[in-house]
Design a protein around this ligand. Structure first.
Ligand code: FRU
Length: 494
């Protein structure tokens, strides 16, 4: 239990101080390592360094000592880590496989260039490479390198880096045999509106329907300073031949998440069974600096395993995380004609699974973190338009920033599928929609996985400390069959 009502228990937050992007996500010998943008000296952005946390299930995290501290003349911006199995760098000694961090160093002249550090003790202590930087364009916005193995056109594997020229809205691709000497390969972009910045790219293959003979490449990109909603993460599918990325449709920016608080998401390196797991910073640059938490500020999202189907990317919890969650609900509820409101005393850390079959005219809402009849956040689904919206305008503590209290919404294409005909009730024949919401509430973080991860929505909401109710209601105009499973996660990581 935490005595800070907003503090998540199964999403990572540092004990104290400011945190932003996940960095250097890597799996090694049964342990998931999360490094992150961190200010060791305060809870505002600055003095950028890499913090470190570890987990075996991506749910319960142990904060470790600072990995890469800032110095007088160097800040450590975002980047990635690789396991250099073949010791291509020569950093390994006595057969120890080095972990190599490729990060953006920002020097006092404001130049952003790519630099290396390595660890010979599984990420616990780090040494900087003596001849940094290894890739310098004399630019003030060249950052966020993500490095991985990929074959060239002749089938020869080597390292590939994607990084951004943030203000020019360009993705740059480089290759290397040793992580030290880099050769330019190609540029993707510029696209989109001027003034937007590109950040934290990632590029990886996903097998269509899990079939290894149908790999598709996915570019993940975060963009900041977008006029309407500031920070957001997107994905593009396309083709990568080891040198050049070509998007299927560079005009279509598909949001990775439809909430306002999902940014800088990147994937883990070296995961078992080559599964692709991402996590992001559950925040938005628009108001991150004003978020009313102390002495910690910033949380990561839950891990999400990505799968690719014809209809797009799905995001669900990895098996290792699912297995660490309780299998048995602490409360259940079922109704053939949902009327409302139905109130659950849920606490502040839980999983709420709602399955509905409903008519076109139906509307259902879920009030979360509700106290004294006032929910801090309301999810609302309108079956007629398939629209799921999230509003936190009534949250008691939303005044810290003028743009915090806006409504987010997504049209759920997959919710239009007919309901299964297995139900014996004749009523259900006319119920044309099926809606599945898997909602995680953890202090101030709310994550919604809709229709088995076809769409996700991540939002923060700051509520009164005694706001512990869920209020499920229907508008009464049309029938709704509903089933609820509630899992108490208060003790999950204790
Ligand atoms: C993204 C970002 C990165 C940068 C880091 C600095 O949130 O702006 O582009 O490396 O944060 O903390």
């Amino acid at each position: 239990m935490t005595d800070d009502a907003d503090k998540p228990v199964f999403h990572f937050t540092p004990q104290r101080n400011w945190m932003n992007d996940p960095n250097g996500l890597v799996y090694l010998d049964g342990v998931y390592h999360l490094f992150f943008q961190y200010n060791p000296d305060g809870n505002d952005w600055g003095n950028m360094s890499w913090g470190h946390a570890t987990s075996t299930d991506l749910l319960s995290w142990a904060e470790q000592s600072l990995a890469l501290p800032y110095t007088q003349d160097e800040q450590i911006f975002s980047g990635s880590i690789v396991v250099d199995h073949d010791n291509t760098t020569g950093f390994g000694q006595d057969g120890v496989v080095p972990l190599v961090a490729i990060y953006t160093r920002v020097t006092s002249n404001a130049v952003q260039a790519q630099a290396l550090a390595f660890s010979l003790d599984r990420g616990m202590t780090w040494q900087k490479y003596h001849a940094n930087p290894v890739l310098d364009r004399n630019s003030s916005a060249f950052r966020d390198p993500k490095v991985f193995r990929a074959a060239d056109r002749h089938g020869r594997e080597r390292w590939v880096m994607v990084a951004v020229e943030a203000e020019q809205r360009m993705l740059l691709v480089y290759s290397s045999h040793d992580l030290i000497m880099w050769a330019y390969e190609s540029t993707f972009g510029p696209f989109g509106d001027e003034g937007v910045v590109w950040e934290c790219p990632d590029l990886f293959a996903l097998n269509l329907n899990g079939d290894p003979s149908h790999p598709r490449w996915v570019l993940v990109l975060s963009t900041n300073k977008v006029p309407d909603h500031d920070s957001a993460a997107f994905s593009f599918t396309g083709h990568f031949d080891g040198h050049v990325f070509v998007a299927d449709d560079a005009e279509t920016w598909r949001p990775l998440d439809y909430g306002r608080d999902f940014y800088a998401a990147v994937s883990f390196a070296n995961t078992p069974d080559a599964c692709r797991i991402i996590l992001g910073w559950a925040n938005n640059w628009q108001y991150a600096a004003d978020a009313p938490t102390y002495p910690w500020r910033g949380a990561m999202t839950l891990p999400r395993q990505l799968e690719l189907t014809e209809t797009g990317i799905t995001q669900n919890l990895p098996a290792v995380t699912e297995e660490a969650l309780p299998a048995e609900p602490s409360q259940t509820y079922q109704a053939d004609h949902l009327e409302g409101p139905v109130i659950f005393d849920a606490g502040r850390h839980y999983r709420f699974r709602l399955t509905c079959t409903l008519d076109d005219a139906a509307e259902v809402s879920v009030g979360l973190l509700s106290g004294a009849g006032m929910p801090a956040a309301v999810l609302h689904y309108a079956a007629g338009t398939h629209t799921l919206s999230f509003e936190r305008t009534r949250s008691g503590r939303n005044e810290f920033h003028p743009r915090f209290a806006e409504v987010s919404s997504v049209r759920l294409p997959s919710s239009s599928s007919p309901s299964p005909s297995s139900s014996p009730q004749s009523l259900s024949q006319s119920l044309s929609h099926r809606l599945e919401l898997d909602i995680f509430v953890d202090g101030c973080i709310i994550e919604v996985f809709a229709n088995r991860g076809a769409d996700t929505l991540t939002m923060q909401a700051f509520s009164a400390p005694d706001a512990r109710e869920i209020v499920l209601s229907a508008d009464g105009r049309a029938p709704i069959r509903a089933r609820v499973e509630l899992y108490d996660l208060t003790q999950i990581t204790v």
